[in-house]
Design a protein around this ligand. Structure first.
Ligand SMILES: [Ca+2]
Length: 151
């Protein structure tokens, strides 16, 4: 006879029940902590558009183009990106004028910062993924966002 056979079935069921309840309580605590965090943040960072310097480019993209592009880069980043990133919208990001890039950042933060708890710059900074193209795109986007003092 092994030792475990000596433990009555009833006791085993009680132990299993206690473990289940503990897991449930831990789950509820983690879930509600996550919810509180989301509610207390809820901040949206809006940067001032750069004054157009001599020879600089002002706003060129339409409101709907900026909104569409913000949505496309959000869709690209929100997954785990195991198979890499969709570089096409990022190439359009890098082709934006300084003013349009700030507009894009503001649009992205307005639409997605509350949910993700990250600004566009913070998210790009922390974003990883498979493939070889992303590190260069990420660096180039970050360099431009930093130059424009975007938060
Ligand atoms: Ca991602």
């Amino acid at each position: 006879m092994s030792g475990s056979a000596a433990i009555p079935m009833k006791v085993k069921l009680i132990i299993a029940g206690v473990i289940l309840i503990l897991l449930l309580v831990i789950g509820i605590v983690i879930y509600s902590a996550g919810n509180r965090k989301g509610k207390s943040k809820g901040q949206v960072n809006i940067s001032t558009l750069p004054a157009d310097l001599a020879g600089g480019q002002g706003a060129q993209a339409s409101e709907s183009e900026i909104r569409q592009l913000a949505s496309e880069i959000y869709e690209d980043m929100k997954g785990l990106n195991v198979w890499g990133h969709n570089i096409t919208p990022w190439q359009r990001v890098l082709a934006l004028s300084d003013t349009d890039l700030v507009r894009l950042s503001n649009e992205f933060n307005t639409s997605y910062q509350k949910e993700s708890e990250q600004t566009l710059k913070e998210w790009v900074d922390s974003e990883v993924g498979g493939g070889t193209a992303w590190p260069t795109v990420r660096e180039t986007v970050l360099t431009r966002l930093n130059k424009l003092n975007i938060l």
